[in-house]
Design a protein around this ligand. Structure first.
Ligand code: TRP
Length: 434
């Protein structure tokens, strides 16, 4: 049985927030502990370059995200945890995939289309602010996925299209060069909640409503006190429905704890007290992680070393696979190159050959003759030159294996042994396919 391979990338732009923790980090760490799965988590720093031109920010974010995942319980010895830019086979594979990907497929990518639409809306040139990096983003992502033959890709809904594109690229490549890639599937975890932010909308950097994952307690408390609520006074019963505070609490609490808060809402708990409960609950879960995080972030050289070990383990898979792919597409060592059949007259004269001709009946025929002109095979009549040509092509490509399929169209030739015909066909086939 093959183990299930799960892979996901985290773009290294920005600082992780509680929404990332609940929606991605926590479920991923839990999944990585499941037996029978091999997990691949990587820092997608090449992807970060597409949107983030600030080098110091890319570096800082890579450190923060790497430290967050480990602080949250990811065990780098048990999973593959690496930085995309440490795997040179990924950009190399990106090029091979680029060459089997229709430009039209990439034209349909949502992120690219959104930019083009935005430009159209403001009467700008459609290419304004569109880098080739943005356009090629799905190919780089496909390389991330296909490189490690991953089966399941846990992502948000906005990424499903990219996984489908990766499938398309894998299928095109396999069709052209043989079955090298596993076709990946998106895995959308229905039970994972999207966390509301301070203003009640989905927690997201772009809404500026986030709670940083490892905010120090004082800042955490201050942010939680700023969560929007309605204006019901202490003593008035409160609605859990639509309460961001309640939803955030639920994402951290046990069912029993959630039930107690529900009761407290009905009993008219003051918003300030409910917020204090939420702060204490989150802080209880975060405190030990925060401590690990601070230690890791304070020792960036150690983080670097962890990632380099991860890269080494990942490259033990990617380097041999890339060698296989290079071979498949023809980027090969020349010393093993077979010299193609010589095409001058004398060389051709040494091979058996097919002749096609038309009889006075109007039907089309072919025959196979040996280099001296002796008849080896003779066909009956075909209605068209095309059909006769197809039968010849089949024998040329398949050699004696193709004989069965044309047998019905052959007429017997006296004094020729089947083995002679077989040998002649094999010889021709080698020369044709070389
Ligand atoms: N594009 C993904 C995102 O923005 C990150 C990513 C890069 C990724 N490569 C990947 C996710 C490969 C899954 C698999 O969320």
């Amino acid at each position: 049985m093959t183990t299930l391979r799960v892979l996901t990338g985290i773009t290294t732009s920005g600082t992780p927030h509680l929404g990332n923790y609940v929606g991605a980090i926590r479920p991923a760490v839990a999944a990585s502990l499941k037996p029978g799965t091999e997990s691949f988590y990587f820092l997608a720093d090449y992807h970060a370059l597409i949107k983030n031109p600030d080098p110091a920010r890319v570096q800082r974010s890579t450190l923060e995200i790497a430290a967050s995942w480990i602080a949250a319980g990811l065990n780098p010895d048990k999973v593959f945890f690496y930085r995309q830019s440490d795997i040179p086979e990924i950009p190399e594979l990106t090029w091979l995939l680029t060459c089997v990907t229709g430009k039209g497929l990439l034209n349909r990518a949502h992120a690219y289309k959104a930019m083009v639409d935005k430009n159209a809306a403001s009467n700008a040139d459609p290419d304004t602010d569109v880098t080739a990096g943005l356009f090629m983003y799905p190919v780089l992502m496909a390389a991330d996925i296909l490189m490690f033959k991953s089966h399941k890709i846990p992502v948000g809904r906005d990424q499903i299209q990219h996984i489908e594109m990766a499938r398309d690229m894998a299928a095109s490549f396999n069709h052209l060069y043989g079955e090298h890639f596993v076709l990946p599937e998106a895995a959308i975890e229905a039970s994972v909640a999207t966390l509301p932010g301070l203003d009640g909308r989905k927690m997201s950097k772009s809404y500026d409503n986030i709670i940083p994952l490892f905010a120090p307690p004082a800042q955490l408390r201050k942010l939680i006190m700023g969560i929007v609520t309605d204006s019901r006074a202490p003593g008035e019963p409160k609605e859990t429905e639509g309460s961001a505070l309640f939803q955030i609490y639920q994402a951290f609490a046990s069912p029993d704890e959630t039930q107690s808060l529900r009761t407290a809402y009905a009993d008219g708990i003051a918003w300030g007290d409910a917020k204090q409960m939420l702060f204490e609950r989150i802080d209880r879960e975060m405190a030990p992680m925060r401590e690990r995080y601070e230690t890791l972030i304070g020792d960036p050289a150690r983080m670097e070393a962890i990632l380099l070990v991860g890269a080494e383990r990942a490259r033990a898979l990617s380097a041999p696979f890339m060698a296989e792919l290079r071979q498949a597409v023809g980027l090969r060592n020349l010393s093993a190159c077979t010299v193609p059949a010589r095409t001058d007259r004398t060389a051709r004269a040494a091979l058996p050959s097919f002749k096609q001709y038309r009889e006075s009946t109007g039907l089309f025929h072919f025959k196979l003759v040996d280099p001296k002109g002796r008849l080896l095979l003779q066909s009956g009549g075909f209605a068209s030159a095309r059909e006769a040509g197809q039968a010849v092509a089949r024998l040329q490509v398949e050699g004696k294996a193709g004989l069965d399929s044309v047998q019905a169209m052959l007429v017997p030739v006296d004094g020729v042994m089947p083995a002679e015909v077989d040998a002649a066909l094999q010889l021709l086939r080698q020369a044709t396919n070389a």
